[in-house]
Ligand binder design. Structure first.
Ligand SMILES: Cc1cc2nc3c(=O)[nH]c(=O)nc-3n(C[C@H](O)[C@H](O)[C@H](O)COP(=O)(O)O)c2cc1C
Length: 323
């Protein structure tokens, strides 16, 4: 029981786990994935639990309730979740002052902001939704994630096509202001390999700053899960798929685009193998449910061990060495 208690002492510093990306220092590569703190209400908590960064959101421009309940289920025997939340969000005007307050008070972890369109936005206006989010929230972020891969907003995943990515990117860049923040794209684990390669090429052409791989999956049997519930699958069944994606992206972009690896990370070994496959940063969500609030601290301590035993001086040295 004790191991499930949150740490009451400040999380330990692990200087060897620090990594610099986009000119920003991340105190560790272990972050909170999007979806847990959609409205930026618990930022201080993520810092206290030892995360090196938190990706907040998905945030939509206007408030919306998301899908009706029930909308989240456990698949206990597989340490997995299925959700069809559908972006419940208090909207950008509610979220902005919370982040402004935290920034003013000072925060030791980095903050990513994950953007998505409102569910009732017509396709012609989706790019305008992302642009509005960029204008309002961009200056508050250390990095921005364009979420075009949630399976729970109809039509959203179509925005992973090169033409539409191009449209989104241009609309957002036009609003990026005087100190543009790194912009990353979050992709689905259900992409065909050819589509993934087209996305990599488009990302290189457009100068996308990073790729977050990956979101939840609509596959079931292929991932060894049988469940009657609809929505996106996360947790342990995703580990191998996420790692394959990370390796493919790293190979196809020749390591030129930083990758945030997410999917089925619950141990230090999981995080380490995502890093060795090509991830510069790693995130988790479902492991927090099954392993409890000490998970980030446990992973960091194990990661420091793996680094030392492998003879590496920093995380950066290990990124992509299994490619
Ligand atoms: C309940 C739940 C809600 C989520 N909501 C979002 C979201 O709003 N935006 C997003 O980009 N990803 C969302 N995700 C996906 C996670 O960020 C992550 O990509 C995925 O769960 C795989 O990581 P994991 O296996 O560590 O959970 C959500 C996941 C879960 C389980």
């Amino acid at each position: 029981m004790l191991s499930l208690m949150p740490p009451f002492t400040p999380p330990r510093d692990w200087p060897e786990l620090g990594i610099k990306l986009w000119g920003t220092d991340f105190p560790s590569p272990i972050g909170l994935a999007a979806g847990m703190d959609k409205d930026a209400i618990a930022i201080r908590g993520w810092e206290t639990l030892g995360f090196g960064f938190a990706e907040l959101g998905t945030i939509t421009p206007r408030p919306q309730p998301g899908n009706e309940t029930p909308r989240i289920w456990r698949v206990r025997e597989r340490h997995a979740l299925i959700n069809r939340l559908g972006f419940p969000s208090e909207g950008m005007e509610a979220v902005a002052p919370r982040i402004e307050r935290i920034r003013k008070a000072g925060i030791s972890i980095r903050l990513g902001l994950n953007f998505g369109p409102n569910s009732l936005t017509i396709p012609d206006k989706v790019a305008a939704d992302y642009a509005a989010l960029m204008q309002r929230l961009g200056p508050l972020a250390d990095f921005i994630v364009i979420n075009v891969s949630s399976p729970n907003t109809p039509g959203l995943r179509d925005w992973q096509s090169p033409e539409r990515m191009n449209e989104l990117f241009k609309a957002m860049l036009a609003e990026s202001g005087e100190s543009p923040r790194p912009v990353l794209v979050k992709i689905s684990p259900d992409l065909e390999r050819n589509d993934l390669f087209r996305i990599c090429e488009t990302a290189l052409e457009l100068g996308v700053d990073g790729i977050v791989a990956c979101n939840t999956s609509i596959s079931r049997e292929a991932l060894g899960v049988t469940s009657p519930h609809p929505g996106g699958l996360s947790g342990r069944p995703l580990t191998i798929r996420a790692r394959e994606l990370i390796r493919d992206i790293h190979t196809h972009t020749r390591g030129k685009i930083p990758i945030i690896g997410v999917g089925g990370v619950s141990t230090a070994e999981d995080a380490w193998l995502h890093i060795r496959a090509g991830a510069s940063l790693v995130e988790l969500y479902t492991a927090l449910i099954y392993e409890g609030p000490a998970v980030a601290e446990k992973i960091k301590s194990g990661l420091a061990d793996l680094l030392r035993r492998g003879g590496f001086r920093s995380i950066g040295e290990a990124v992509g060495i299994d490619r």
